[in-house]
Design a protein around this ligand. Structure first.
Ligand SMILES: [Zn+2]
Length: 149
């Protein structure tokens, strides 16, 4: 059944429309996601978080390493050339980079504010780096051997 168009388009939400087809709460959530993504993209493209390099040395190095993967994946996707490590997973690699960069932004901001790091950071970090290390070892990102051609 089609939802009435006078309510929020978020599933299971019946709140009245505010902006862009969403209620004010879901619109705010949507904006927050976009801000997180934009900050991650700035980190990936320019190596900067809120206008400057990460102060934290480890985060700076991690971001640098991540940006190498980002560049490879962008090159492959934008120019439709297969990268010999990422192969057909380049489009996914872009999303992994963005997810991890979002976490790096959160960590760096916490560090700048003198706050403790959030726990979620570690699992995303491990997950993404595991995928890249599988690829680097010549496997698919999930660790499975590539089918013979
Ligand atoms: Zn809503």
């Amino acid at each position: 059944m089609r939802k009435r168009t006078t309510v929020c388009s978020h599933s299971d939400c019946e709140e009245p429309l505010q902006f862009a087809g969403l209620c004010s709460e879901h619109y705010e959530e949507h904006q927050e996601k976009r801000r997180r993504r934009d900050a991650a993209l700035q980190a990936l493209h320019q190596g900067q978080i809120d206008g400057r390099l990460p102060d934290d040395q480890e985060l700076r190095e991690e971001l640098q390493k991540l940006r190498c993967w980002w560049d490879r994946a962008c090159l492959s996707v934008n120019h439709h050339v297969q990268d010999n490590i990422l192969q057909d997973e380049a489009p996914y690699a872009l999303e992994w980079c963005i997810s991890l960069a979002q976490e790096i932004v959160v960590s760096e901001r916490a560090s700048r504010a003198g706050q403790p790091d959030s726990g979620a950071f570690t699992s995303t970090r491990e997950w993404v780096w595991k995928r890249f290390s599988n690829l680097q070892a010549g496997y698919m990102s999930n660790g499975v051997k590539r089918p013979a051609k």
